[in-house]
Design a protein. Structure first.
Length: 132
């Protein structure tokens, strides 16, 4: 069952990359553009966490691309129960970072995007946590 879930995630990602909007079957995606799928898999397998940043500002175009990518992520019953907050004010970033273990990361960054759950749009009952 574990492999099945991984396949579903990769299939969904490949579908999104191929522009199928959920209307392609597995064979169409796999034979359509193996290079794109291989690049996606390679990106997933070689990703790393970065905790030191330059002081260079993030362009408005890059911020918009990141927000669009976040909004393209699938949500349960397509509720889209999130709200994105772009934080690029130095004082706010410092305030959010506090004095904890990860405060240096906040102090070095020029931008943060907070993903907030809109509980009015979330599913009811135990499924409410699906917004995450």
């Amino acid at each position: 069952m574990k492999n099945y879930k991984v396949f579903i995630v990769l299939f969904a990602m490949a579908t999104a990359l191929m522009g199928c909007n959920g209307n392609c079957d597995k064979e169409t995606i796999i034979t359509n553009d193996n290079e794109t799928i291989n690049m996606t898999i390679e990106t997933l397998m070689t990703r790393t966490s970065i905790r030191s940043f330059t002081d260079r500002a993030v362009s408005a175009d890059t911020i918009e691309m990141l927000l669009r990518a976040g909004m393209a992520a699938p949500t349960a019953v397509n509720k889209q129960p999130w709200h994105f907050v772009v934080i690029n004010d130095r004082a706010k970033l410092d305030e959010l970072g506090g004095n904890g273990r990860q405060s240096q990361m906040w102090q070095e960054s020029t931008l943060a995007i907070a993903v907030c759950g809109n509980m009015e749009k979330a599913l009811e009952g135990p499924a409410q946590a699906f917004w995450i």
